[in-house]
Design a protein around this ligand. Structure first.
Ligand SMILES: C[S@@+](CC[C@H](N)C(=O)[O-])C[C@H]1O[C@@H](n2cnc3c(N)ncnc32)[C@H](O)[C@@H]1O
Length: 308
């Protein structure tokens, strides 16, 4: 595949991607997953020592001490420590929506599109297994993978449901809601062979409507002082800023600062012929070359002080 073909899927985004050459370079570099230490079972220090004894080198990531990056070619994914649930392998940037949401011990949390549970299990460990997480997903098979992860990691504060998220019952409100919605997944193309990239990007034109409905229900599930995080692993503004704009136009919502520190780009204020609210600058766009991981979009939202 020549350079022009490699650029084709993302050409329309080149005007807003910072350092486009570094972006394309990163797509041709294998993704290295990080190890999220299961702090319910072991400390980062003790896991690092155990892995070092087995010949696996790891070092703390730039995001958090419990997110470790392998420093060599050996991957500990098949190790005894993985099987024992001492860590879960994940993309580093998958941690950002959860860190932004910042769930606390004892809170009532809804994970609207939860399977296979990478973020559910991360939240459970930040909550020290206290409070309750309702992990919802439409796909039974993926929920089974979530339940497997929950069990393996020794998590006891998760129950599962399988509603269409946009119809999730409004029987009670939540302190925290995560809407890590289905998306076109452009940010994960590092996982795919180059020949699959074009089809991957254009496959699902119905997504923005589903995402808008999921975000509206996520907002309606929020307690008065609750916080919501919307995330995708895609670059398409119609699935990101366009969805947040729809929420701002229809609900008394306010975009908050993400509240953590990492290299990122702000959300867009304009795409094609659409202007977006200035609050979009508080959203994060993360490109794969910025944190050597996969691409993500993250928005943190609460009820605004004055209804529209
Ligand atoms: C990006 S994945 C979620 C990944 C998950 N949050 C994690 O960190 O492991 C999106 C999920 O949404 C689910 N899904 C798709 N449509 C849905 C809907 N209408 N309501 C709820 N879940 C849905 C899919 O089955 C998929 O598991």
């Amino acid at each position: 595949m020549n350079l022009a073909e490699r650029r084709t899927p993302f050409r329309e985004y080149e005007s807003f991607i910072p350092d486009v050459d570094a972006f394309y370079e990163s797509l041709n570099t294998p993704l290295i997953r990080c190890l999220r230490v299961n702090t319910l079972r072991i400390t980062p220090f003790d896991l690092t020592e155990l892995l070092q004894q087995r010949g696996y080198g790891v070092k703390p990531s730039c995001l958090a001490g419990y997110l470790l990056e392998p420093d060599g070619s050996e991957r500990p994914g098949d190790s005894l420590e993985a099987g024992l649930g001492y860590f879960l392998s994940q993309a580093l940037t998958s941690a950002i929506p959860v860190m932004a949401l910042d769930p606390k011990c004892g809170q009532f949390v809804c994970d609207l599109c939860a399977a296979p549970g990478c973020k559910t299990t991360h939240m459970a460990q930040l909550m020290n297994n206290q409070g309750l997480i309702v992990a919802n997903d439409t796909k039974e098979k993926r929920l089974r993978a979530l339940q497997h992860n929950v069990k393996k990691l020794g998590i006891t504060n998760v129950v599962t449901t399988s509603y269409a998220g946009q119809d999730f019952p409004r029987r009670r409100r939540f302190d925290r809601v995560l809407a890590d919605v289905p998306c076109s997944g452009e940010g994960t193309v590092r996982f795919l062979p180059p020949s699959s990239r074009r089809a991957h990007r254009t496959a699902q034109p119905y997504l923005p409507e589903t995402q808008r409905n999921l975000l509206i229900r996520a907002f309606d599930l929020l307690d008065d002082n609750g916080v919501l995080v919307y995330s995708t692993c895609t670059y398409n503004p119609d699935e990101n800023e366009g969805v947040i704009q729809h929420l701002l136009d229809n609900r008394p919502a306010e975009v908050m600062p993400i509240g953590i520190s990492a290299t990122h780009s702000p959300g867009l204020l304009r795409w094609k012929d659409r202007d977006y609210d200035r609050q979009m600058e508080r959203c994060w766009r993360i490109y794969p070359h910025q944190l050597n991981s996969v691409g993500f979009f993250v928005a943190k939202i609460r009820r605004g002080s004055s209804p529209k």
